[in-house]
Design a protein around this ligand. Structure first.
Ligand SMILES: Nc1ncnc2c1ncn2[C@@H]1O[C@H](COP(=O)(O)OP(=O)(O)OP(=O)(O)O)[C@@H](O)[C@H]1O
Ligand SMILES: [Mg+2]
Length: 263
């Protein structure tokens, strides 16, 4: 199941999550949190779904079938964050993969400070895995990430918020902006409170794509639903995103989008 905002251009959000699920061979359930007018270049307008309606969608789906795994993407208002935290307990949902989307890839801020605090105090503690990118990890941990040791420190600080594990994604690695980032790797850092694991892949030049974070967290949930353990799910999800990124497309004048049909 994905709980996320919509991206009518299909590069990110709930639509991209469903494409990822289908590519990885799992049936997708979806709960919409926000209708977002966006394309691969920009977010034009965000219209939040009411918290009651989010709970109603969840309740109706769960009457029929409990998801085997859950990922949570954009939650654009504090009452939605609260209602999902409550629903996880009330409906006995599996501990989710939480992608703490604070800022859309186009730069638009999606969550205000109050909602951010509720995300940290009520939702992240219920997560199996929380997957911030570097700017999000900096905001949530208060630590500036300027190297691998700061990244480790931020992962420790995020783990203290209470999730079972943390994966800081390295797409926005500071060195990546340097023109000489040739042969460099992109490293996602995992921490489960005991040990660190680095998931590395060759950095694909050209500044990534819109929706890589959505695809990664959806792919982790898909592999969990298929019965993989968490670290295997992350390794396979990362392989999926790298492949989809290699086959990225331009659908307009904005950023690249992934080819989600990659296997
Ligand atoms: N240029 C790249 N080459 C290879 N992998 C990449 C590249 N950019 C990002 N990734 C991978 O894509 C995944 C998402 O990382 P990223 O840091 O871009 O997340 P994000 O900022 O949340 O994405 P989004 O823009 O969708 O919000 C990670 O597994 C990361 O390693
Ligand atoms: Mg993201």
């Amino acid at each position: 199941m994905t709980i996320a905002g919509s991206d009518p251009s299909g590069g990110a959000g709930l639509q991209a999550d469903l494409k990822t699920f289908a590519a990885l061979g799992v049936y997708g359930l979806s709960v919409l949190t926000a209708v977002i007018a966006q394309n691969s270049a920009r977010v034009q307008r965000v219209c939040s779904v009411s918290a009651e309606m989010v709970t109603a969608q969840l309740g109706t789906i769960i009457e029929e079938r409990k998801p085997d795994a859950v990922k949570i993407g954009a939650l654009v208002a504090a009452p939605i964050v609260k209602s999902i935290a409550k629903a996880i307990d009330r409906f006995g949902l599996p501990a989710p993969v939480v992608d703490p989307i604070l800022v859309a890839s186009s730069g638009a801020r999606l969550l205000d400070r109050g909602a951010e605090r509720i995300l940290s105090s009520q939702l992240i503690p219920r997560a199996l895995l929380v997957t911030p990118n570097i700017p999000e990890a900096e905001v949530l941990s208060g630590i500036k990430i300027n190297g691998i040791s700061a990244m480790r420190q931020a992962a420790r600080a995020l783990h203290k918020l209470g999730p079972r594990s943390v994966l800081i994604k390295g797409g926005h690695w500071p060195a990546a902006s340097a023109a000489d980032g040739v042969s460099s790797k992109v490293i996602d850092l995992f921490f489960d409170g005991r040990r660190f694991v680095e998931f590395a892949a060759d950095r694909i030049p050209g500044g990534g794509a819109h929706g890589t974070g959505c695809a990664l967290s959806a792919a982790v949930a898909a592999w969990l639903a298929r019965g993989a353990d968490l670290e295997t799910a992350i390794a396979r999800a990362k392989r999926y995103v790298t492949q989809a990124l290699k086959r990225r497309l331009l659908i307009g004048a904005g950023r690249y989008v992934l080819d989600h049909s990659t296997r």
